[in-house]
Design a protein around this ligand. Structure first.
Ligand SMILES: Nc1ncnc2c1ncn2[C@@H]1O[C@H](COP(=O)(O)OP(=O)(O)OP(=O)(O)O)[C@@H](O)[C@H]1O
Ligand SMILES: [Mg+2]
Length: 241
């Protein structure tokens, strides 16, 4: 077996609310191989976003280890973490998170500016990426002049700007009608077929069918790691409410 591209080892995460520690993750371990297409599912509050943000180096665990491409995230400085995020991962969010005062082209170009890519190469790559997501003719539009699906395509092109091996998506089709959502998932599927490792969260079982592997979270733990009696108790609570 090859070294996993993402290795999550016994991650715990608690958030402080006043004096109380709210547990969001309670010992999650997960290996993801290069080229995997992984979907995280689970009820609201089960820890999906927390796990995704820790994998993406946007949040740090309270306990446990996370290794991405051989680098131990917990040991990295802020600068090193920022460099890893810039080159190793692309992020896609539910609300697109585009810069409103930048055109589609400038949004795609932005991560390349941060990575100090030269102007000529930026222009060529931004143009090619917008064409890849089917928006070759929309580069000069601002986000407010684009539909939700088009904005998410710009966000995908931006996520690909520095050619990262990993793509991370949190509810990336959550604000889109199902047809547009499927089109976005087909685009993501093509990226996976080209070798990208994809980790995404969805509430929608239809979107989960695109993944090669579905990982279920309940109450801050992976479902397959929970004792059976705890699962059946939770299912009963879920049915009662
Ligand atoms: N910044 C924070 N401060 C305090 N508690 C937090 C914070 N972020 C998350 N939590 C708590 O951690 C738990 C897991 O939250 P998380 O956002 O990971 O859930 P989720 O599975 O993504 O839910 P949803 O499907 O609603 O997006 C929840 O109990 C939540 O209240
Ligand atoms: Mg969430």
């Amino acid at each position: 077996m090859n070294e996993p591209i993402i290795s999550v080892d016994n991650i715990h995460k608690s958030y402080l609310m006043g004096k109380d520690a709210v547990p969001a993750l309670r010992g999650v371990s997960l290996d993801i191989q290069q080229g995997d297409f992984v979907c995280l599912m689970g009820p609201s509050g089960s820890g999906k976003t927390t796990l995704l943000n820790i994998i993406g180096g946007l949040d740090e665990p309270s306990r446990g280890h996370i290794v991405i491409g051989g680098e131990n995230l917990v040991a990295l400085s802020e600068d090193e973490l920022a460099r890893l995020r810039l080159h190793q991962m692309g992020f896609i969010f539910q609300n697109y998170n585009l810069l409103a005062n930048f055109t589609a082209f400038e949004n795609v170009e932005a991560p390349m500016v941060l990575a100090r890519v030269g102007r000529k190469e930026r222009k060529e790559r931004s143009t090619a990426l917008l064409e890849k997501v089917g928006l070759g003719d929309r580069g000069h539009h601002y986000p407010s002049e684009l539909s939700g699906g088009q904005q998410q395509r710009v966000a995908i092109a931006r996520a690909l700007a520095n050619d990262p091996p990993i793509l991370i998506g949190d509810e990336m089709t959550g604000d889109l009608d199902s047809e547009t959502g499927f089109a976005i998932m087909r685009l993501i599927q093509e990226l996976n077929e080209d070798g990208m490792t994809i980790v995404f969260v969805t509430h929608d079982p239809r979107m989960a069918t695109f993944a090669g592997k579905v990982v279920n979270l309940r109450d801050g733990k992976l479902l397959n790691e929970l004792p059976a009696d705890e699962i059946s108790q939770m299912e009963m609570v879920a049915h009662d409410s």
